[in-house]
Write a protein that binds this ligand. Structure first.
Ligand code: MG
Length: 173
C-alpha cells in the first residue's frame, strides 16, 4: 500500500466510499446484523459471523480512505480470523483509517433480505452502529428491502448489504 502524505486527510476534507457484501443463507444459523442478533429461521454461511452490514461498511470505510479491502486485511483462509466477530473487523478498520487521518462522518446502509422483517430491529441496529463508530444515531441510516419473491434474495437463498460512508478528517491525528 502506498501511503504518501498527500493521501492522508487534511482538515475539512471529506471522502466517500461504497461497500457491498453477500452471504448464502442456511437454516439454523444465527443472523447477526451490525452486532445485533435477530431471531431468524436462517442465517449466513460464513467463515466469520457473516455480518453483512459490518462487512459492507468496513469495505466502504477502507475504500474511502484508499486502503486495502477486508478480503485482503482479513483473508478468509487465515485461521486467526475463523469465527471472528465482525466488531473486531470494524475496530481494526477504524484504527487503519484513523492512522490515515480519517473518521466516519455519516453512513447509509441497505439490507436485502426476504425474511424475517428487520424493521422492528432497525433502531437497535442503528444504535449499535452509532456506538461502534462513535457518531450520533442521526448520522446512521439503515433501510431494509425484500427481494419481492424472486432472485437469490427473494428466494431466501442469500442476504446482501450495501453501505455508503462519508469520512471526515479526524481532528486529532
Ligand atoms: Mg461477508
Amino acid at each position: 500500500m502506498t501511503n504518501s502524505s498527500d493521501e492522508s486527510a487534511a482538515v475539512g476534507q471529506i471522502r466517500v466510499g461504497i461497500g457491498t457484501d453477500r452471504h448464502r443463507l442456511e437454516s439454523g444459523r444465527p443472523l447477526i446484523l451490525a452486532g445485533v442478533e435477530i431471531p431468524s429461521p436462517h442465517g449466513p454461511v460464513a467463515h466469520s459471523d457473516g455480518d453483512v452490514i459490518l462487512h459492507a461498511l468496513s469495505d466502504a470505510m477502507l475504500g474511502a480512505a484508499g486502503s486495502e479491502d477486508i478480503g485482503t486485511l482479513f483473508e478468509d483462509t487465515d485461521p486467526r480470523w475463523k469465527d471472528l466477530s465482525s466488531r473486531r473487523i470494524v475496530e481494526e478498520v477504524l484504527r487503519t483509517i484513523g492512522e490515515l487521518g480519517w473518521k466516519p462522518g455519516n453512513i447509509d446502509v441497505v439490507v436485502h433480505l426476504e425474511r424475517p422483517k428487520i424493521s422492528e430491529h432497525r433502531d437497535a441496529i442503528r444504535s449499535s452502529l452509532a456506538e461502534m463508530l462513535g457518531i450520533s444515531i442521526d448520522r446512521v441510516g439503515v433501510k431494509a428491502k425484500t427481494g419481492e419473491g424472486f432472485g437469490p434474495v427473494g428466494q431466501s437463498l442469500a442476504i446482501e448489504a450495501m453501505a455508503v460512508v462519508q469520512l471526515v478528517s479526524a481532528e486529532v491525528r
